[in-house]
Design a protein around this ligand. Structure first.
Ligand code: PLP
Length: 259
């Protein structure tokens, strides 16, 4: 029997908490066979990003071609894509694949290090969002991309609607982890506005949360679940992963993929 498969196109976190490493650990937990195309390498640990090396676009393309020529792909998930040229080529490749696509618009590391060049931001909707089954911005990312302030659940709903109606994504999950109170996420799929609520867990160890959440959504889409169900299952998973996160390193420890 062939397993479900997922391809992540993202950056490497040498500390193992975020990026490609978080994505592959998450796919593994959902029993989905993971494949990876690396866009950038970060020298990173729980305290921050010490250095970044971008993979040349020609080699990103070589990796995409190698996977495409030989392996089945049930879902695509993207994370850190630093450069505009990389976003253009990856978007053109994704357009040919005709499978669900989860786009996590990673801009800044949890420790505050920029992971995307400024000119790439404008390229996102043109080259990536339009192919996305769902995009998964957190509040700071949504504020930057839409140039608006988000303070309330109603603002989150307005943002989710704008991502779909103005920036062309098929679905948008705006994640409210950066607001106070309950951890509320809003999903708009072009038809229905849904809200997902969980208790807020008080911890500093949230490194890799965004990557893990988006990858869990992707894994569930690979299995053929609908977007609202995939988000519901992924929300449960990320909540437990944060509740049982690891106090590793002297900075923001990683989420627990086994939870
Ligand atoms: N991708 C890479 C390669 C990273 O290094 C980071 C954060 O440091 C992220 C993505 C985003 O991490 P998070 O899941 O915490 O938003």
């Amino acid at each position: 029997m062939r397993p479900y498969t997922a391809l992540t196109i993202a950056g490497s976190d040498s500390g193992g908490g975020a990026g490609i490493q978080a994505d592959l650990k998450t796919f593994e937990e959902w029993k989905v066979y993971g494949m990876s195309v690396l866009t950038s390498l970060t020298a990173q640990n729980t305290t921050g990003v010490q250095d970044v090396h971008h993979i040349p676009v020609s080699f990103i393309e070589a990796q995409l071609d190698s996977v495409e020529q030989d392996l089945p792909i049930d879902v695509i998930k993207s994370g850190m894509i630093a450069r505009k040229e990389a976003a253009e080529h990856i978007g053109a490749w994704i357009a040919k694949q005709k499978v669900p696509y989860v786009c996590d618009p990673v801009m800044v590391s949890a420790s505050g290090h920029p992971l995307m060049e400024e000119e790439t931001r404008a390229a996102l909707s043109e080259h990536l969002f339009r192919y996305a089954t769902v995009i998964t911005p957190n509040i700071p990312e949504a504020e930057t991309l839409l140039d608006m302030e988000i303070r309330t659940e109603r603002d989150m709903q307005e943002a989710a609607r704008k991502f779909v109606e103005e920036l062309g994504a098929k679905g948008a999950l705006v994640k409210g982890g950066h607001l106070n109170g309950e951890a509320v996420d809003v999903l708009y799929d072009g038809e229905i506005m849904r809200t997902y609520r969980e208790d807020r867990i008080s911890t500093e160890n949230t490194h890799g949360t965004g990557c893990t959440y988006a990858s869990a959504i992707a894994a569930n889409l690979a299995m053929g679940r609908t977007l609202p169900v995939a988000v519901e299952k992924a929300k449960d998973y990320i909540t437990e992963a944060i509740r049982h996160s690891f106090d590793l390193g002297s900075g923001s420890g990683p989420t627990n993929h086994w939870a």
